[in-house]
Design a protein around this ligand. Structure first.
Ligand code: BGC
Length: 507
C-alpha cells in the first residue's frame, strides 16, 4: 500500500482557495465533528439516572449512596466498556481504512465511515439491552477509525499547499466543536425523562447523514486518482479544485511522488528501518503522551468528575459545557501560534502550564475532599477554574500537535502507513484511559492527578530533548534539516539511505 499526502511546504504551485475546496473541507471535517461528539456524549450519558437505571442498575444503586465513597460511585467495568469499546473498534478499523483509502479512495472510505456511524447511532439510541448498546458503540468506532484515517489525508491532499498546516488543525477544531455540542446536548437532554439519553445518542445521526450525502458531492483527491492510475481523471480533478488553468507542475509533482511511493512495496516494513525511527518513535510516543496528559479523563468524564467533587448533576453538566467552550476557543490560539512560535514552544509551555494545574487540583482534592466529604463551594470553584486552564493548555499544544506532527514528519513513502500507526496508537491509549479511568479514580483517589502530573513531567522532558522543531521545514527535507543535525536522532541516519533522499529533494 502506498498512499501519498502531498507536500506541505512544496514549491507553492499556483492555486486559489476555491469555493469548491472550501465546501469539500467543511463536509469532510464533519468526520471530526462526529468523533468529537462521540467523545463528549458518553460522559454525560453515563451520568444520567435514566440511562444508569436501564443498563447499569448496580452503578445507579451505588450512586444513590453518594456519601459512601466519593471516588468509587461510578467504578464499573461495563460502564467503562460503554465508553471505551468505541476506541478498540477504531484501532482495528484504522488499518482496514488505510487499505480502503489507497485501494478504493478517500471518498468511499468516508462514505463507509458515515454508514458505520448511522448503524452505530441506530443501535445505541435504540438500545434495549447492554449487548445492543456495546455493539452500537463498536459500529461508531468503525466509523471513527475510517473517518480519522480518511479525513486528515483528504484535507491534506485537497488543500492548496500554503494553507495545508492550518487546514490540518481544522480537523482538531471540528473535534473540539463536536465535544462542545455533545456537552450542550447532554445538558439539555439530562432533563428529558426517561428518554433524554436516547436523544443524546441519536444526535450523532445528524452529522452522519450530512457526511453521507455530503460525501456524494465532494471530489476524490487528485492524488488518490493518480495513485490508482486514473491519471486523466486526476488531472481533471486537480483543475477543478485549484481554480487555475496551469496545473501542470503540480500534476507532474504528484505523478512523480506516486511513482516513488509505488516503489516501496511494503511501507510497514520500511517503518521498521533505522531511517524511519525518529518519526516513528516520536509519532507513537506523542499519542501515549497526548492521552496521558489526562485530557480524556476530563473530556469523557467531566460531568462525572464534577459530580464526584460535589457539584449537583446539572451544575456538573454545565461545567462540562464551560470546559468544552474553552477547548474550542483555545484551539484557535493553537492555529494562530503553531506556525509563529513553533511546535516546541507550545509543547514545552503547555507542559509546565498543565503540570501546575494538575498539581493544584490534586492538592485541593487531597486536602479538602477526603473520601466522603464534599468540597466546599470556593474549593469546587477553584477546581473548575483550574480544569478550564488545564484544558486551555492542552488545546493549543498536545491536542492538535498529536495529529499535526505525525502528519508532517514521515517521508512520503511511509507517510500514510506511519499515520495509520499513529491513529491506532492514539485509539489504543484513548481506550486504555477510557477503560481504566473510573477504576483509577476509585483506587488512587486524588492521587490520579499526581499520576498524570508525573506523566506530564516525562513528556515535557521528552519534548525538550527529543522533539525537534519542524516549523517552516519542507516536509521532504526533514532528514537533512531536522534528523541529521539532531544530537540523538542523527545516529539513525545511515549514509546508505541518502540516495533516496537526494532523488526526492530534486523533484
Ligand atoms: C484527542 C482526543 C481528545 C480531544 C480533546 C484530541 O486531539 O485525540 O482524544 O478528546 O483532542 O479536544
Amino acid at each position: 500500500m502506498a498512499v501519498v499526502v502531498s507536500n506541505a511546504n512544496a514549491p507553492a504551485f499556483e492555486a486559489k482557495m476555491t469555493v469548491y475546496v472550501f465546501i469539500c473541507v467543511m463536509i469532510a471535517a464533519v468526520g471530526g465533528l462526529i468523533f468529537g461528539y462521540d467523545i463528549g456524549i458518553s460522559g454525560g450519558v453515563s451520568a444520567m439516572d435514566d440511562f444508569l437505571k436501564e443498563f447499569f442498575p448496580a452503578v445507579w444503586e451505588r450512586k444513590k449512596h453518594v456519601h459512601e465513597n466519593n471516588y468509587c460511585k461510578y467504578d464499573n467495568q461495563f460502564l467503562q466498556l460503554f465508553t471505551s469499546s468505541l476506541y478498540l473498534a477504531a484501532l482495528v478499523a484504522s488499518f482496514v481504512a488505510s487499505a480502503t483509502c489507497s485501494k478504493l479512495g478517500r471518498r468511499p472510505t468516508m462514505q463507509f465511515a458515515s454508514i458505520f456511524f448511522l448503524i452505530g447511532v441506530g443501535l445505541t439510541a435504540g438500545a434495549v439491552n447492554l449487548v445492543m448498546l456495546i455493539i452500537g458503540r463498536l459500529f461508531l468506532g468503525f466509523g471513527v477509525g475510517f473517518g480519522n484515517q480518511a479525513v486528515p489525508l483528504f484535507l491534506s491532499e485537497i488543500a492548496p499547499a500554503q494553507l495545508r498546516g492550518g487546514l490540518n488543525i481544522v480537523f482538531q477544531l471540528m473535534v473540539t466543536i463536536g465535544i462542545l455540542i455533545a456537552n450542550i446536548v447532554n445538558y439539555f437532554t439530562a432533563t428529558v425523562h426517561p428518554y433524554g439519553w436516547r436523544i443524546a445518542l441519536g444526535g450523532a445521526g445528524i452529522p452522519a447523514v450530512i457526511l453521507l450525502f455530503g460525501s456524494l458531492l465532494i471530489i476524490e483527491t487528485p492524488t488518490s486518482l493518480i495513485e490508482r492510475n486514473k491519471n486523466e481523471e486526476g488531472k481533471e480533478a486537480l483543475r477543478k479544485i485549484r481554480g487555475v488553468d496551469d496545473i501542470n507542475d503540480e500534476y507532474e509533482s504528484i505523478v512523480h511522488a506516486c511513482d516513488i511511493a509505488s516503489q516501496v512495496k511494503d511501507p510497514y516494513r520500511k517503518l521498521l528501518k533505522p531511517a524511519s525511527r525518529p518519526p516513528f518513535i516520536i509519532g507513537m510516543l506523542l499519542q501515549l503522551f497526548q492521552q496521558f496528559t489526562g485530557i480524556n479523563a476530563i473530556m469523557f468524564y467531566a460531568p462525572v468528575l464534577f459530580q464526584t467533587v460535589g457539584f449537583g448533576s446539572d451544575a456538573a453538566l454545565l461545567s462540562a459545557v464551560m470546559t468544552g467552550s474553552i477547548n474550542v476557543l483555545a484551539t484557535f490560539v493553537g492555529i494562530y501560534l503553531v506556525d509563529r512560535t513553533g511546535r516546541r514552544f507550545l509543547l514545552l509551555q503547555s507542559s509546565v502550564h498543565m503540570l501546575i494545574c494538575q498539581l493544584i487540583i490534586g492538592i485541593i482534592l487531597a486536602k479538602d475532599l477526603g473520601v466522603t466529604g464534599t468540597l466546599g463551594r470556593p474549593q469546587a470553584l477553584v477546581v473548575v477554574i483550574f480544569v478550564c486552564v488545564y484544558v486551555m493548555g492542552f488545546a493549543w499544544s498536545w491536542g492538535p500537535l498529536g495529529w499535526l506532527i505525525p502528519s508532517e514528519t514521515f517521508p512520503l513513502e511511509t507517510r500514510s502507513a506511519g499515520f495509520a500507526v499513529a491513529v491506532s496508537c492514539n485509539m489504543f491509549f484513548t481506550f486504555v484511559i477510557a477503560q481504566a479511568f473510573l477504576s483509577m479514580l476509585c483506587g488512587m483517589r486524588s492521587g490520579i492527578f499526581f499520576f498524570f502530573s508525573g506523566w506530564i513531567i516525562v513528556m515535557g522532558l521528552f519534548a525538550f530533548f527529543f522533539i525537534p522543531e519542524t516549523k517552516g521545514i519542507a516536509i521532504d527535507d526533514m532528514r537533512e534539516s531536522v534528523w541529521k543535525p539532531h544530537w540523538f536522532w542523527k545516529r539513525y541516519m545511515l549514509p546508505e539511505d541518502d540516495h533516496h533522499d537526494i532523488e526526492k529533494r530534486n523533484t
